[in-house]
Design a protein around this ligand. Structure first.
Ligand code: SF4
Length: 588
């Protein structure tokens, strides 16, 4: 465990300060082709009116570069002083030209100045330095900032060979660029390390933060989970990754990437920031900010019914379960279907009674059988001797209503000190009527402990109008997002941008409709290949825009078929899944 402090320099993007004492900034990106000038201008204004501090557009070629000048002029003419960011891949020349127009340039070190395989490292470094120097010269002239935007999916071969497709590789590449910028005394730098896997993204940013502090390069971090997808998953994955880091005071600007109209990202971003603020504001009792360097799952004792090391549990209860002591939770341990209901113990052979601090003295009468104890941190501290050595006891750790950030860490530190290895299911009671808010709060309350390797299940109760099925689904979605328990198809869908070669939103929905029953299968849906096939490293199948109206299909990293007319591509994807034996009929 390490301790970090939060000390970040200020960088301006147009008139908007990032880092320092500035509030956490929100941004999004247009998904219109940039050269559709009127549409792009309108979308920039819509995103900004929704509450973004600045807006990114993609510039893949000179046509879009020329369009950007006109976009900037049109915004100024309409009195909109909206800082613009240009997203550049592959072309230092375009980056240099765009730096004279926009307020910030995003470059991707994975493809900015790579000479190719088998080039001596000193030659490669000299080339990067040359290209960065040329860009910096223009940025200095126009006071343009630069984001070093490293993506898990597009690490260059030389990094992959040395580090693999890992958080360490992302950080090593970033540090190479940071050292060059520092050497050239360029200070208007923002850094991002993104991945579609929230765990990779969190561990990479934590590692980078430590390295930056150690080298005194405290540039602001832009954080986000890329290709988070749409709907519930997009919100939960974003709140999990971004929310975890913001609670640790890592991150000065955020982007929530949803496969939805970009302005819809802004309210989600605001809710994540707001809840992170609430939680960190009450965390002063836990002075040292600590987190693990590498993921390691806490090992727990197996009960007689469930091996929690293998099967995290989602528990469901009626609204008044705490008051009604006659209720018990049934665990279906035969097929691990995770369909649990609250039933009286006598009605279900595998029912497990729940004890509370009021009935804790009766625990010893119930020896030799699995049982649960619903308990708070303070209660467990006061009653530790009554639960020690009871291997069949499952702890339900009831979090306080406000749940300060480091309460859970302190709880597990305490268990470790007391040598208690019992499974722990997290419980918290909410009072929400808005599903999106509940998704964000649950992901931020429990996502961080799961990412840190703590916890064996979730038990969410809510005094509000959200139905129990939706609440249960949040628990499953979070367990899937943290890779603890896979219960459905996983979609890695890019948010779309001006490079997108098909309608991401409707295609994602179409693919989801046909494949949602393929539990455990990972399908990537990418508007183009710019972020590289590495982004799909985790996926079993990839559906990727090749050229306008044409789709390429991948099996793992291998290109299987290209130039498929878009209208046939979803059927071809399903055929590919079937040909590889990964298809199941819906009711099989
Ligand atoms: S994958 Fe391509 S289309 Fe999708 S957001 Fe990234 S650059 Fe844009």
């Amino acid at each position: 465990m390490l301790t970090v402090e939060n000390k970040v320099t200020t960088v301006f993007v147009g008139n908007i300060g990032i880092g320092g004492n500035h509030p956490i900034r929100i941004q999004s990106m247009t998904n219109t082709p940039t050269h559709h000038i009127e549409k792009t201008v309108n979308q920039i204004i819509t995103i900004w009116k929704a509450g973004a501090d600045f807006v990114r557009i993609t510039i893949p070629n000179t046509k879009d570069l020329e369009a950007t000048k006109k976009i900037k002029a049109l915004l100024t003419k309409q009195n909109f002083n909206i800082p613009l960011v240009a997203d550049i891949h592959f072309s230092p020349k375009l980056a240099i030209r765009a730096a004279a127009i926009v307020d910030k340039i995003r470059i991707n070190p994975g493809n900015f100045a790579e000479l190719g395989n088998n080039i001596p490292e000193n030659e490669q470094q000299a080339f990067i330095r040359k290209k960065v120097s040329e860009l910096i010269a223009v940025c200095n002239q126009y006071e343009t900032s630069i984001r070093i935007g490293v993506n898990h999916g597009s690490l260059p071969e030389r990094i992959l060979q040395k580090y693999g497709n890992t958080a360490e590789g992302m950080v090593a590449l970033t540090m190479q660029y940071l050292m060059i910028f520092n050497d050239l005394k360029f200070k208007r730098v923002i850094v991002s390390l993104k991945s579609s896997n929230p765990l990779v993204m969190v561990y990479a940013n934590r590692l980078l933060k430590r390295k930056m502090i150690a080298t005194n390069l405290n540039f602001p971090l832009h954080i986000g989970v890329t290709e988070a997808g749409d709907s519930d998953d997009g919100r939960i994955k974003s709140a999990l990754g971004i929310g975890t880091l913001l609670q640790e005071k890592i991150g000065s600007t955020i982007r929530v990437s949803l496969t939805e109209p970009p302005e819809k990202e802004i309210p989600v971003a605001k809710k994540i920031i707001c809840y992170a603020k609430e939680k960190t504001a009450i965390s002063s009792d836990f002075k040292n900010i600590t987190y693990p360097e590498i993921f390691s799952k806490r090992k727990v004792s197996a009960t007689s019914l469930v091996d929690f090391n293998k099967y995290p549990q989602v528990l469901i209860a009626g609204k008044n379960f705490r008051q009604n002591k006659s209720q018990y939770i049934a665990i279906d341990n035969k097929n691990h279907s995770y369909e649990k209901t609250v039933v009286p113990f006598s009605e279900h052979i595998t029912g497990i009674p729940i004890f509370t601090v009021n009935t804790i003295d009766k625990l010893s009468d119930y020896s030799g059988k699995d049982k649960m104890l619903l308990i708070t941190f303070n209660e467990i501290k006061a009653n530790i001797l009554k639960i020690k050595n009871d291997k069949l006891l499952i702890l339900i750790y009831h979090l306080s209503d406000l749940s300060p950030v480091y309460e859970v860490d302190a709880f597990f530190d305490f268990l470790k000190k007391e040598k208690i290895n019992n499974p722990v299911i997290f419980h918290k009671n909410y009072t929400e009527n808005d599903l999106e808010t509940l998704q964000i709060k649950v992901a931020m309350d429990f996502g961080r402990p799961f990412i840190n390797g703590y916890g064996n299940g979730l038990f969410i109760t809510n005094h509000g109008t959200i139905n129990n099925t939706a609440i249960q689904q949040i628990a499953y979605d979070l367990l899937q997002a943290t890779r603890m328990l896979i219960t459905k198809t996983e979609y890695i869908a890019c948010p779309s941008c001006g490079r997108t070669l098909f309608d991401l939103e409707s295609t994602t929905q179409k693919i989801r409709k046909k494949t949602a029953h393929l539990k455990g299968l990972k399908i990537a849906i990418m508007g183009c290949i710019v972020n590289g096939i590495g982004e799909m490293a985790d996926a079993d199948y990839g559906y990727v825009g090749g050229t306008p109206g044409k789709i390429s299909l991948y099996k793992k990293r291998k290109l299987i078929k290209k130039n498929i007319p878009e209208e046939n591509a979803v059927d071809e994807l399903i055929k590919l899944i079937k040909d590889n034996g990964d298809w199941q009929d819906i009711h099989s």
